[in-house]
Design a protein around this ligand. Sequence first.
Ligand SMILES: Nc1ncnc2c1ncn2[C@@H]1O[C@H](COP(=O)(O)OP(=O)(O)O)[C@@H](O)[C@H]1O
Ligand SMILES: [Mg+2]
Length: 309
Amino acid sequence: MWMQGDTVLEVTNLSKKIGDATIIDDVSFRLNQGEIKGLLGPNGSGKTTLLKLLVGLLKPTGGSITVEGYSIQKDFEKAISHMGALIENPDFYDYLSGYDNLMQYVRLVPDTSKNRLEEAIELLEMEGYIHDKVESYSLGMRQRLGLAQAFLSRPSILLLDEPTNGLDPEGIQDLRNYLKRLKSEGVSILISSHLLAEIEMICDRVIIVDQGQIVSEGILDDVRSMQSEEGRYFFRLLDMDKFIQLPKTDPLCQKVVEVVADGFYIQGTEHEVARMNRLLVECEIDIIGIERVQATLEDAFLSRLRRKR
Ligand SMILES: Nc1ncnc2c1ncn2[C@@H]1O[C@H](COP(=O)(O)OP(=O)(O)O)[C@@H](O)[C@H]1O
Ligand SMILES: [Mg+2]
């Protein structure tokens, strides 16, 4: 029996080189039993590659992966039997119903069963359309079908690559509920995304990857507080000419990252935003509004980490 907190997936010094490029660079982390871990990183940071390595779709050039105590390299069959994955868009036969697609899978894959299929349909609340042809499915329904398929072999570990892509806020909310249900059944989940906002409500902990490396790991509150220290703000101005003519002697002007037709963006702390506001007022530049632009991983958080490195 695995206890809460046991490590179900252990990745040690994992690397993947393709040609001259190092796509995954010395990555180590653990996934614990019953945990939902977010794998966050901008596009091109290596999330899909990492997940493909974890399920054996790619071979690492260094390091090791252990699943429930079995090495992916030495004990592939045993290791892989514990994992379900949804990586990129799964292929389905559009002219068959969702049910028949899943039945095909049940016939092909050992350790799956019709009972399990019924369970997955119920768990993911797919009864309403499971007998409709897949060609009539929305993206959210397809995602759910993919999730059901990943779930059929009763995996103790589920790997999901950007499952929120293309879902509306309601779909994301539903996904979150299904994953919580899976978690309560003891399933451990690794879920990737390039948008913090889309998975922050789903995960217990996150790993942040950038350029193939883990740059930060922790509970989300830590990430959020690091992120909120600096933000990107938009100052909408009445008269841009006045701003452009302003002598940029104040060091605060170095915080301006982009100037557009009706205003400018600065990257800074709330304190700096307040100072900028005062500076503009003193120079008689009228401000129509100041908005915080939603901080993406890319701008606030990663730029700080990159500077530190
Ligand atoms: N087969 C490949 N050959 C060469 N470069 C690749 C290959 N697959 C991915 N890459 C590169 O590896 C990096 C990470 O890609 P990927 O894992 O898809 O990132 P993410 O899923 O985070 O967007 C990207 O720079 C991508 O161009
Ligand atoms: Mg990807």
